[in-house]
Structure formats: structure tokens, C-alpha cells
Design a protein around this ligand. Structure first.
Ligand code: AMP
Ligand code: MN
Ligand code: MN
Length: 342
């Protein structure tokens, strides 16, 4: 099934039909569990909650949305519509009728919720990672989509759910997150057309952007200063394309009274370094366990590096879970760079 999804970058007509039929059959009377990936970002939460609100508009009564791991909503997403549908993973139905999965390329990103898939009568996966392994019964994977919310909008349309301002806000947060505020290469005419449809419902793009990109506590700024201050530059890495990296520990977070999710934004100033193609931020999650974020400007396929080290992602934005010390983890990245030049 892995090859089938990778080969057909877009869902086939039969996949759309299967998704619509499955949802129309099971959702009206069944228990519908929506799941997105661990450490949810704007696309994961926005796509999942936007679709959940769409199902609610259709009259679906039994809905739960969830994600694995600690039940904490990052402050930038704390005002998203539909948050009342969220439950901690322990409270998610063990035997739902229908499971819908959002922005998840591989089952490993479902953590302790992976067991809900075999327990359900049907599973529909909505995603845009080319590396998606096709683990659903129905897979709507569009490798050309800028965000999972592009797939969500299409499916809502096929279910005859009109966009309202709440659904639109969720899908807009998702689209803006994954396109880096409409700056990255996948910001196609279709992306701007979708943004136009969403904004036309009456949402406030300036207010939303301020909330999700341009707002952080003073302590987070001081934390960033510490972590950026220890960044290391290697212009010779990656065949001369260059690499910059830094790391943040749990002690750094504690010193500044910050939660782990604030570090999700740290890759942005790091990837701006002009001398390099590749940027890496290593973030401590537990003793010897680190979440690694990588970005490329086009010379290196960082998803190949990530996949080789047990993770995944996109060509220019990828990640994996690293073990050991930051130096050991970055050494492992170095070991995969030469095979990942584009
Ligand atoms: P991030 O650096 O966390 O913003 O993640 C960038 C991209 O890499 C996203 O598309 C993630 O889905 C993917 N990614 C990050 N961490 C992992 C991981 N541990 N396993 C698989 N994919 C990951
Ligand atoms: Mn995501
Ligand atoms: Mn995404």
C-alpha cells in the first residue's frame, strides 16, 4: 500500500467516493473519532477541528477530536473554533465506529492512539506527506497539497458542507502554518484562491496571524536569545551548502518558565541564516530524547535525512526523534547529508 500512495500523488476518484460513502454511512449514527499527530501544529489541529465542525454542521452528534501525548493546547491555538470537541487521549473512545486521521504520515505519529484504528469499522486518512505509508482503509493523500487543510476543504465540498467563518478560521490557520504565512514554494495560485475563499467568510487574517505567529511571552524571547546565542555555523557542511544548528534543553525551558511548544517557532530565526542551506534545531523532550526539526532551502532533501533516522516530513521541512546528546544527534545528521543532496 505504501507504493500505491507514493505513486499516485493525488487521491483517485475512487478514493474520494470511498471517503464520502464511508462518512455518509457511518457518521450520522456512529461515534466518530478524529485524530491528529503528536505535538500538534496549526495544520494538524486546524484541519482536524475544521473537519469536525463540518461534520457537526451535517448533524453528526457523536464527535471526539484528540491527539496523542500530553493534553496541552499551544497558546497560539488556544482560541481555535471547535476546541470544545477535544478530549485527552485517555478519554477517546476505544472502539469508535469511524476514525478520521489528519496530517499524519506514519502510524508512529499516532502514539498510544494507534490502537483505535484496527478497533474502528473504517478509517479515513487525510494527509499531504508524500511519504505517507497509506495506513488507512481509505487514504486521501495529496502530496502536492500545501497543507492537509487543502484535502479537508475538498472533502467538505464533496460532502456539501458550506464553509462558515469558524470552519474557515481552522482551515486558514492550517494553511497559513504550513505555507509559512504564504511564503514557501508551495504557495501556488490555488493556495491563494483557497485563502480568498476562507477570508471571504469574514475571518480576520491580521488578528489570526498575530495570534499564531507574532505573539510570544517575554520569557520565550529570552529563552530564544540563549538558544540562538549558542548556535553553530558550518559553511562547509552538505557539500559546501552549509549547516547551522542549535539545541534547547528542558533546563532552558525551566529557567525561563516556558512550555516546550514555544520552541516550535525557534526554527524560523535559525533557518534565516544566509550562509547555509540546512538548519537544525534539537529540542530536549526527556532524558536523552530529543525532537529534531530540520529545514532546507533546496539543496538538501531533509525528509531523506529524517526518514534515514526514523522520522519523516517534506523535502524542505522534516524531523525525527533523536537519542543521545545534541552533538551525537547532529553527527548522525551529518552522516546522512551527502546521500540527501538534491
Ligand atoms: P517540525 O520541524 O516539527 O515543524 O516538523 C516538520 C515536518 O517534519 C512536519 O511535516 C512533520 O510532520 C515532520 N516530522 C517532524 N518530526 C517527525 C517525526 N518524529 N516523525 C515523522 N515526521 C516528523
Ligand atoms: Mn503537521
Ligand atoms: Mn501539514
Amino acid at each position: 500500500m505504501t507504493e500505491a500512495v507514493a505513486a499516485s500523488v493525488k487521491p483517485a476518484a475512487a478514493d474520494w467516493t470511498a471517503a464520502v460513502t464511508t462518512i455518509r454511512e457511518l457518521a450520522p449514527t456512529g461515534r466518530v473519532l478524529l485524530i491528529c499527530h503528536v505535538n500538534p501544529d496549526g495544520d494538524a489541529l486546524g484541519s482536524m477541528l475544521g473537519f469536525a465542525l463540518g461534520l457537526r454542521r451535517l448533524g453528526v452528534a457523536r464527535l471526539q477530536a484528540t491527539f496523542p501525548g500530553e493534553f496541552e493546547i499551544p497558546e497560539p491555538f488556544a482560541a481555535l473554533p471547535g476546541l470544545d470537541l477535544l478530549v485527552p487521549e485517555e478519554q477517546a473512545w476505544r472502539d469508535p465506529d469511524l476514525v478520521l486521521v489528519f496530517d499524519v504520515a506514519a502510524e508512529s505519529r499516532l502514539g498510544g492512539l494507534a490502537d483505535r484504528l484496527p478497533a474502528a469499522r473504517a478509517t479515513v486518512v487525510l494527509d499531504h506527506h508524500v511519504s505517507n505509508s497509506g495506513f488507512g482503509a481509505v487514504n486521501l493523500v495529496d502530496g502536492a497539497a500545501a497543507a492537509t487543510s487543502v484535502v479537508v476543504e475538498e472533502l467538505l465540498g464533496r460532502l456539501d458542507v458550506p464553509l462558515d467563518v469558524e470552519i474557515a478560521e481552522c482551515l486558514y490557520v492550517a494553511l497559513a502554518t504550513d505555507t509559512g504565512s504564504f511564503r514557501f514554494d508551495m504557495t501556488t495560485p490555488q493556495v491563494h484562491e483557497m485563502a480568498a475563499r476562507l477570508i471571504a467568510t469574514g475571518l480576520r487574517p491580521g488578528e489570526i496571524s498575530r495570534r499564531i505567529f507574532d505573539s510570544r511571552p517575554f520569557g520565550a524571547m529570552k529563552l530564544f536569545a540563549d538558544v540562538l546565542g549558542r548556535a553553530r555555523l558550518d559553511p562547509a557542511a552538505a557539500g559546501g551548502h552549509g549547516l547551522v544548528w542549535t539545541y534547547a534543553t528542558l533546563a532552558d525551558l525551566e529557567r525561563h518558565g516556558q512550555r516546550p511548544y514555544v520552541l516550535d517557532a525557534l526554527i524560523d530565526p535559525v533557518r534565516c541564516v544566509a550562509e547555509v542551506d540546512v538548519s537544525v534545531v534539537v529540542k530536549q523532550q526527556a532524558d536523552g530524547v530529543w525532537a529534531v526539526s530540520m529545514r532546507s532551502k533546496g539543496a538538501v532533501d531533509v525528509s531523506a535525512v529524517a526518514v534515514a533516522l526514523g522520522g519523516g516530513g517534506h523535502r524542505l521541512a522534516a524531523g525525527f526523534t533523536g537519542h543521545g546528546t545534541p552533538d551525537e544527534i547532529v553527527s548522525a545528521v551529518y552522516g546522512k547529508l551527502d546521500n540527501s543532496l538534491i
